[in-house]
Design a protein around this ligand. Structure first.
Ligand SMILES: NC(=O)c1ccc[n+]([C@@H]2O[C@H](COP(=O)([O-])OP(=O)(O)OC[C@H]3O[C@@H](n4cnc5c(N)ncnc54)[C@H](OP(=O)(O)O)[C@@H]3O)[C@@H](O)[C@H]2O)c1
Length: 253
């Protein structure tokens, strides 16, 4: 995709990977709108980057998604890029899943319903633009599930599948469909401190921008690049090994 001159909506753009992408898009001369649930967090990033546009939106709620799309398309008629990045990650032991269903369903609503519905709401607008893109942030766990985050992994597999169908269906339009597969990256995903072992955020984001510049449509980083080309046997073995490693480090899980 062109890396400048766009008008870009990034969900979950006030922290972590979304903010790292927002900063890079700002540096390259794009209009950038970021949304999230926490107003105070949005205000903090607005103070740091006054040129950013911010708005609260809970992407798990259909009414919020609809009013976001009405607002953004009327305030920013040149909007031509949607980055579906907002996500949460919950560790779930399926032998002791005692919370109300709402708790588990929320992860599906944010990670799956949000991106699918926002894409569907925005396709009519995006296809009017001469160049447009939908960028979905999935995960390496879309391909090789993290057994300790079983619902999360299935949401990311769903987004991978959806991105593939979307790319085929939109092939005759001006909208390109890009999927980013982060490995573990050092952000607050899942809670502060749970991803400090992950890749450095800036290095990860710079590398993804190289992939965007090279017009890659499926962009991995480090281990997830290898995973995109792994055999079923390698994926099965990797899944088993990672689960064993997790249980060793988290005996109380
Ligand atoms: N970090 C990793 O290791 C890793 C690996 C693979 C994939 N990913 C994916 O990368 C994406 C970004 O995650 P991150 O690592 O940058 O974590 P993060 O720092 O926790 O960022 C997640 C963002 O999503 C927003 N968000 C969460 N629920 C939302 C909702 N209901 N409505 C609107 N915004 C919501 C959060 O803002 P509010 O809380 O203010 O709403 C936050 O800004 C996610 O899709 C994640 O699954 C991350």
């Amino acid at each position: 995709m062109n890396l400048s001159g766009n008008t870009i909506l990034i969900t979950g753009g006030a922290s972590g990977i979304g903010l790292a992408f927002a900063e890079r898009f700002l540096e390259r001369g794009n209009e950038v709108i970021v949304v999230g649930r926490r107003l105070e967090r949005l205000n903090e990033v607005k103070e740091k980057f006054p040129q950013l546009h911010v708005r609260t939106c809970d992407v798990s709620k259909a009414d919020d998604r609809k009013s976001l799309v009405e607002w953004v398309t009327s305030e920013f008629p040149k909007l031509n890029v949607l980055v579906n990045n907002a996500g949460i990650q919950q560790r779930v032991n399926l032998l002791r899943a005692e919370k109300d269903w709402d708790y588990y369903q929320n992860e599906i609503a944010i990670n799956v319903e949000g991106p699918i519905h926002l894409s569907m709401l925005l396709i009519p607008h995006l296809k009017q633009q001469s160049k447009a893109a939908i960028m979905n942030v999935s995960s390496g766990l879309a391909i090789m599930p993290g057994v300790w985050v079983p619902i999360y992994s299935s949401t990311k597999a769903a987004i991978h599948s959806f991105s593939t169908s979307l790319r085929h269906q939109l092939a005759g339009t001006s909208i390109e469909v890009i999927e980013v597969f982060p490995p573990a990256v050092n952000t607050d995903l899942g809670g502060v401190g749970l991803h400090t072992f992950g890749a450095p955020l800036d290095h990860f984001a710079d590398s993804i921008f190289k992939g965007l510049k090279a017009n890659q449509l499926e962009i991995g980083y480090g281990g997830t690049e290898e995973r995109l080309n792994a055999s079923r046997a390698e994926i099965a073995e990797g899944t088993k090994r990672a689960w064993e490693g997790f249980l060793k480090n988290n005996p109380d899980f």
